[in-house]
Write a protein that binds this ligand. Structure first.
Ligand code: COA
Length: 172
């Protein structure tokens, strides 16, 4: 298994794996509005390629703002149906979080299942509001530096395209 940063040429293969793993209409989810016209954080977007060069798993991250503070939005993460249950998502999540911490990001959030993400240290975020309709119980956060979510609340908003390209995406 080869773990590598997603290259621009991988984009459509990664999209195809997301289409395979998620229900149709995934891009209608409110979290996708935070990604519109904003480049992902390239150094945190990772691909797992298997021995036959097939894409086994992927993760992407976007820069966002929460109550005016910068944060990472984890996801989407997906593992090919034939490779699920082997710990590949865990590998992608742990490795990308390690890189995020090393790059100086302070906090990360996602919209997902608490029973799955709590194993990585994610907790429910109180007072952090995703664009509707989002079940607040699925809004989860992790501090990459101690106390990074303390006092951070409010609406989750898009990083501006310009800020994403010049500051948020590369320089937390
Ligand atoms: C969720 C997903 C990424 C997990 O990938 P994976 O490589 O199979 O995950 P791992 O092998 O690291 O972990 C598997 C474990 O997580 C558990 N798990 C998976 N999804 C879960 C969920 N939604 N809630 C609770 N536990 C979950 C499995 O039961 C398994 O438990 P075990 O370790 O006790 O056997 C994969 O199933 C997938 O691509 N699903 C479709 C897309 C998706 O839902 N992505 C997440 C969006 S929030």
């Amino acid at each position: 298994m080869d773990l590598s940063q997603e290259e621009p040429a991988d984009w459509w293969e990664v999209e195809a794996l997301y289409d395979l793993c998620f229900a149709p209409g995934r891009t209608a989810l409110s979290s996708y509005r935070l990604r519109d016209d904003v480049p992902p954080v390239a150094q945190l977007c990772l691909c797992l390629w298997d021995e036959s060069d097939a894409l086994a798993g992927v993760i992407r991250y976007w820069p966002i703002r929460v109550g005016g503070q910068s944060a990472l939005l984890l996801g989407p993460v997906a593992v090919h149906p034939t490779r699920q249950g082997e710990g590949l998502a865990g590998l992608l999540i742990r490795e990308s979080l390690k890189r995020a911490r090393a790059a100086g990001w302070a906090r990360v959030m996602l919209v997902g299942d608490y029973p799955y993400y709590r194993r990585f240290g994610f907790e429910k975020l109180e007072g952090v509001q995703m664009p509707p309709p989002t079940n607040p119980d699925r809004v989860l956060g992790l501090s990459l530096t101690p106390g990074a979510w303390t006092g951070v609340s409010g609406m989750v908003t898009r990083a501006t395209p310009q800020a994403a390209g010049h500051k948020d995406a590369t320089d937390p």
